[in-house]
Design a protein around this ligand. Structure first.
Ligand code: M6R
Length: 609
């Protein structure tokens, strides 16, 4: 949601804070701010809008100081404005915050009764005032933090700066991530290790309810009042890995990384000799034969990869699946039976709704498995079993390589489950993995089709509404195509099961509506093409995505054709057909002049409900 950064050093820190925030901007970008100590006094610069504006402000009004905190915001309480931007401060303390303080109204009333005043609409300012009250009672910064934490409800992380204490910062983690970085005679705080990558690759991930006192010499960790020790880890992040490279946008870079991400995953999860799946983290932990029903939970794109997996799990492994949006699963009081397990899917491993669903499943006595991209995330820590997608950092807000990585690992998991449950023989399983192994090369070929996609995308930018249609595994893909298209272009887009059009949505069709039809050459091709013709007969501007045979069979009603270079299989078509969907959304958004990496109103990881 929001990005947090802190530096305690012997050199000026404002530029270091801005550089770190730049890498965290994907977490939120509606306003930003920094605070440092200048001659012991707290000084702030804050600006509404992107980080660039804050950079300009600091150029105009430089901010010296060797200790400081910074923040890039995705508004929850209070609109994006300078007044609501972090850091929030009094004359004694300044802090930046990621997350939500659920009981802030109650705390605010208590403090207002005592005569304290508030200058913003945020929940964050309550913490600043709460700490100030303790500091005014001559408490030390450590005592003030220890007193305040039990009063706060919710999930959050904080970086706190104290007036006249230019040798210290305090970081707090409850629910939302926070990382400590170790430099030469300086120390850092960041929402993730990516923010610190150009400063250090020695980090410690705080655990829940940890707080840490940083001085230029090192870090002391506390948990519930007790001094604790925490391990220092080496990160693999380098500037190169998290930069844009030769690409215009992170999203474009991430789309292009897909052949290697998928290839590496297959190398990792398929045994080289037998080409059969192997999942070391599942061994002795997950017994596929005991799972009576699998609940698959996720949000946004991750939910849609779960929907694809349901088709695969039920067809190949004969495991009944229920797929749920994280925020629905945890509150709908579903009926559970003995032997259910829950599989949570998330790129960040931080999405609060998916995390909440995992916690809920645990309370119901279910085994929890998480499929995540960030191994240090809360979901990884809280799940019984973890499988990683190893796609590397995904910075573009729109999920691309994380989606195809999820699908690749899910396909391998399904084949593994099907073998263990004796639903597939070895030969058939090897035929499926052989199809998967073709995928990276097909994705690479598709990356060469951008000119054609560009022309189609150009036409789509004129539309007010766009429909995406598919059947079977291509139905969730139609939903994903629509999600990608609307979040990037701001054009209304809907995904439908192609067979469902006649039950209502066909009323939307006229000759101004582009209809993207996803039609891999599978057992549903003819049915999909029939549904397409019904749309074409009502004037819909059909954009058909299929292979050569599919295109040959679709004789009438097609306005634009996008040809997939080979005949795909049910086990790899969603991975392959995802790429043109991503490119259509990317190109149309770029042609419209939208901010592709940071679409309006969004943030990368959503840590609020
Ligand atoms: O980090 P997660 O995978 O849990 O995130 C879930 C969704 O917020 C995410 O997939 C979102 O829908 C993307 N912006 C879609 O492109």
């Amino acid at each position: 949601m929001c990005g947090i950064m802190g530096v305690v050093a012997k050199r000026p820190v404002s530029q270091l804070l801005l550089d770190g925030l730049k890498k965290l901007e994907y977490r939120g970008y509606d306003s930003a701010g920094v605070a440092t100590l200048v001659n012991g006094n707290i000084e702030r610069r804050r600006a509404e809008g992107k980080l660039e504006k804050l950079g300009d402000l600091i150029k105009e009004r430089p901010l010296p100081g060797t200790v400081g905190i910074g923040h890039t915001r995705w508004a929850t309480h209070g609109k994006p404005s300078e007044q609501n931007a972090h850091p929030h401060a009094t004359n004694l303390v300044a802090l930046v915050h990621n997350g939500i303080i659920e009981n802030y109204q109650e705390l605010k009333q208590e403090l207002e009764k005592e005569g304290y005043h508030f200058n913003s609409e945020t929940d964050t300012e309550t913490i600043a005032v709460l700490l100030t009250r303790s500091l005014e009672q001559q408490k030390t910064p450590e005592q003030a933090v220890a007193e305040a934490l039990p009063r706060l409800k919710g999930a959050f992380s904080l970086a706190i700066l104290f007036g006249h204490r230019d040798e210290m910062l305090i970081g707090v983690r409850r629910g939302s991530p926070l990382v400590v970085g170790y430099g030469q005679g300086e120390m850092y705080l960041g929402s993730d290790a990516i923010a610190l990558a150009s400063l250090t690759n020695k980090v410690t991930y705080l655990e829940d309810d940890d707080w840490v006192v940083l001085t230029p010499k090192g870090a002391q960790f506390y948990n519930r009042g007790k001094l604790v020790s925490r391990v220092v880890k080496q990160t693999a992040f380098s500037g190169e890995l998290i930069g844009k490279g030769e690409f215009r946008h992170y999203m474009l870079k991430e789309i292009h990384e897909q052949p290697s991400v998928v290839g590496n995953l297959l190398k990792h999860y398929l045994q080289p000799q037998t080409r059969l799946p192997h999942f070391p983290s599942l061994a002795g932990q997950v017994d596929w034969n005991k799972i009576q029903r699998l609940n698959i939970v996720g949000c946004g794109t991750a939910y849609l990869s779960g929907m694809v997996a349901k088709y695969w799990f039920e067809k190949y492994a004969k495991i009944a699946c229920n797929v749920d949006i994280g925020s629905e699963f945890r509150y709908r009081e579903g009926c559970f039976i003995a032997g259910e397990a829950t599989l949570g899917i998330s790129q960040s491993g931080e999405t609060i709704d998916t995390l909440g669903a995992i916690r809920y499943a645990k309370q119901q006595g279910q085994q929890t498995i998480s499929l995540i991209n960030v191994p240090e995330s809360a979901m990884a820590r809280e799940s019984d079993v973890v499988v990683t997608t190893m796609a590397g950092p995904e910075i573009g807000v729109a999920s691309t390589k994380a989606f195809t990585a999820q699908l690749t690992v899910l396909a391998c998991l399904v084949i593994d489950a099907a073998l263990k449950r004796h639903q597939l023989d070895v030969k058939t399983a090897q035929q499926l993995t052989a199809e998967l192994l073709e995928t990276p090369a097909i994705l690479a070929q598709l990356l060469g089709k951008q000119d054609m996609i560009h022309k189609i995308a150009e036409k789509m930018t004129q539309a007010k509404d766009v429909l995406f249609l598919g059947r079977g595994v291509s139905y969730p893909l139609a939903l994903e195509g629509a999600l990608k298209f609307k979040e990037l272009t701001y054009i209304h887009a809907e995904g439908y099961a192609a067979g469902e059009m006649k039950h209502g949505p066909i009323a939307l069709i006229d000759d101004k509506v582009p209809v993207v039809v996803i039609a891999p050459n599978d057992y549903l091709l003819d049915k999909t093409l029939n549904n397409m013709e019904v749309v074409a007969a009502r004037g819909g501007q059909v954009i058909l995505i299929s292979d050569r045979q599919g295109h040959e069979r679709a004789k009438v009603g097609v306005h634009h054709r996008l040809e997939i270079p080979v005949n795909t299989h049910l086990i790899n078509s969603p991975i392959i057909y995802a790429l043109p969907m991503q490119m259509l959304a990317y190109q149309a958004a770029w042609l419209k002049g939208n901010d592709v990496d940071q679409p309006r109103n969004l943030a990368k990881s959503v840590t609020v409900e």
